[in-house]
Ligand binder design. Sequence first.
Ligand SMILES: O=C1O[C@H](COP(=O)(O)O)[C@@H](O)[C@H](O)[C@H]1O
Length: 238
Amino acid sequence: MISINTGQYRWHEFPDLSALQEAALGAILDSAALAIQERGRFNLVLAGGETPRGVYNRLKSVPTDWSAWHIYFGDERCMPPTEFEWNFRMAGEAWLDHVAIPPNQIYAIPGGIRADKAADVYAQTLRGVGMFDLTLLGIGEDGHTASLFPGNDWGIAPDSPDTLAVFNSPKRPPQRVSLSAARLNRSRQIIFLVAGASKHKAVAKWRAGENIPARAIMCETGVDVLTESALLLPKHSE
Ligand SMILES: O=C1O[C@H](COP(=O)(O)O)[C@@H](O)[C@H](O)[C@H]1O
């Protein structure tokens, strides 16, 4: 049986994408400063897709100790690394290629091989990695988060594998790798970045408590959802 968390969501509204991205930047830097001060390293999981691009762009020019940052990915699209939808490529172009994070502390999910093989490789990468300090996530039009799609196994059970291979993604490309909900939830802090009119229906379902993949995500400290104000208003047609 799939049991969905009942933990706390904190919804934060912003007038536009730029304000949302600025707030996300502040939250990431606060989280990094705390983690580095307390544990000497910052384990950050990145969201893919388009919404976080502006946040990553802003991270290019902040003062921080990049040598303490360790970058993981919440999901990847199995396609050649040259494809522009590759999450690793987007994060690289927007941010990672421009800062001094040691390359061996950027843990990409292999993108150009079969999803099951890539999932196995990344499960090895995650072996021995403890709690993530901060996990960034987005949400798709259908309520998917990372590459956990409606109708698929989201890996909610505590003994779920850390990584899941996806062969039937309704969004291009069909093959993907996702961290399981159980692994994503082993985070000290989780922040969703939600923007764009196409997300309106998914947000409404989420807030109404419907069983969409985003609801499989929760950690002990609760979940912060940064969203454009417009997405919280009822649509005229509803
Ligand atoms: O397929 C994916 O979609 C979600 C949302 O992407 P966005 O472009 O609407 O921001 C994303 O969070 C996930 O990482 C990605 O691979």
